[in-house]
Design a protein around this ligand. Sequence first.
Ligand SMILES: Cc1cc2nc3c(=O)[nH]c(=O)nc-3n(C[C@H](O)[C@H](O)[C@H](O)COP(=O)(O)O)c2cc1C
Length: 331
Amino acid sequence: MKDSKIPELLEQGNPAEDPKKFRRTLGQFATGVTAITTATPEGPVGVTANSFSSLSLDPPLVLWSIARTSRSFEAFRNSSHFAVSILAENQIDVSQKLSSSSEDKFSDLEWNAGIGGSPIIAGALATIECVTETIHDGGDHIILVGRVLHHRRFAGKPLLYAQGQYGVVDEHPAFRAADSIVTPTEHGQSLEEQPLTTLLYLAHHYSSAAFDRHRREENISLAQSRILSELKRHPRLSKQALTDRVYLTEEKVADALAQLSERSHVETDSAGLLSLTESGHALARSIRRRVAAYEAEQFAGIPVERLAITRDVLIRFIDGLANPNETDHAA
Ligand SMILES: Cc1cc2nc3c(=O)[nH]c(=O)nc-3n(C[C@H](O)[C@H](O)[C@H](O)COP(=O)(O)O)c2cc1C
């Protein structure tokens, strides 16, 4: 039998007998949090909803459900449009306002009118503007299907909701580079016994994982950080040339470039070549300073001449691999 740990059973039953229990079981499904809004002649209307879901790419459809008991029910049922604002991790206050029983939910919310007048919440992680396509019966809720007319995506992290509580996204520990490596020492072998190639591999993984904290503080991913440093060294690169240099898939590069452009760190000239903007250079400098401080900390206590030899060996090794036919590096 597979050696998997079966979790403790907390509760079970027929939902008709104990709806609260049923809600808690449904709460095991983690979701994001959205603000869904529409315009009425009496003013803006909105609710907090985690029933939002993507439905179809072609045609572009999304869905969500609203309780028949909600005061906003008629407004949404009769409206031709609605807007979905996917809330960012710092927007618990928006979630609380729109799920409250307040008479004026929008008075101290920052928003602007989108398509059909539906309010778009400022600071959201993404916005999806829809025309109401169909409405379906869903028990004590109705299901609204929207055809997406316009969408926007911003940099940042989503607010989550699971087990009745708000949460934030964190990388799964099993995927943290340092934790996922089984070191040779765990198999009873010392590092001294390892081939140099294994040591290089381990050094890369551990140092990248340790430096991750600095990337997070700058709010950039590994892909974005590689792009920044490459464009700092080589301005006016084509997208293809950049992709070849950063050792990442085209999709990852496109994604990271879109985020850097949205934050105005990267610009494209009329020939389609990519360069850093002023703020991109400032960010690249800030990361370089972090690298210098990080190295000073990591290599403290190692004599400079030994570090110089290590650098020399690594440079020859990399150069030999990158340019195998140019010179004889064996000497
Ligand atoms: C995280 C969260 C998710 C919610 N999701 C939904 C939902 O998907 N559908 C719904 O009808 N109500 C949902 N609610 C409750 C509504 O936000 C709340 O009942 C409604 O806004 C009450 O306002 P109203 O009566 O003015 O419409 C949710 C509340 C919270 C806090």
